[in-house]
Every structure is written in structure tokens, then in C-alpha cells.
Write a new protein. Structure first.
Length: 90
């Protein structure tokens, strides 16, 4: 037969639950900031050269795509206008 562990029941509201929550807030906040500092020490930050290189790649890619979509837009607009002129009878 399997046994089921009973969960510790805590007040979900009311006066005592609110007071305890307020009293525990500084300790919970301190635990959060300590954990955040610990995690930030483990981060490997990119160097200046890597940031400059990836930024250049992004900018070049954006301009290439902008040029490509500009050309496609111009071609589609040209043919759309020709199609309208055909059906209007100009």
C-alpha cells in the first residue's frame, strides 16, 4: 500500500497569513538577491571584439534584407499596376 505524505498546511489568507508574509518579505528578498548575485558571477560575458563583430553581422544582414524586400516590393508593385492598367483599359 502506498503512503501519501501530507503537505504542511499554511494559512492561505487572513490576518496571520498576511502578517507572516510581510514579516518574511525581507528574508525572501535577501535570498533572491543573493541567488541573483551568485548566478551573475557564473555568466560569461562577451568581449568587446565579439560584440562589435556580431553587431556588424546583424547590421549587414538587416541592410541586405531591406534591399531584397525593397526590390521585391518594387517588382510586385510594377506588375500589380500593369495588371490594373490592363483591366481598367488605359
Amino acid at each position: 500500500m502506498a503512503t501519501v505524505a501530507k503537505a504542511k498546511q499554511t494559512p492561505q489568507g487572513g490576518v496571520m497569513g498576511t502578517i507572516n508574509g510581510v514579516k518574511e518579505w525581507p528574508a525572501r528578498f535577501r535570498n533572491y538577491t543573493d541567488g541573483l548575485k551568485r548566478e551573475m558571477r557564473m555568466v560569461t560575458w562577451p568581449g568587446r571584439e565579439q560584440v562589435q563583430a556580431t553587431t556588424a553581422v546583424v547590421l549587414v544582414t538587416v541592410f541586405i534584407f531591406a534591399f531584397y524586400f525593397g526590390v521585391v516590393d518594387y517588382i510586385l508593385t510594377y506588375f500589380q499596376n500593369k495588371l490594373y492598367d490592363y483591366f481598367i483599359g488605359r
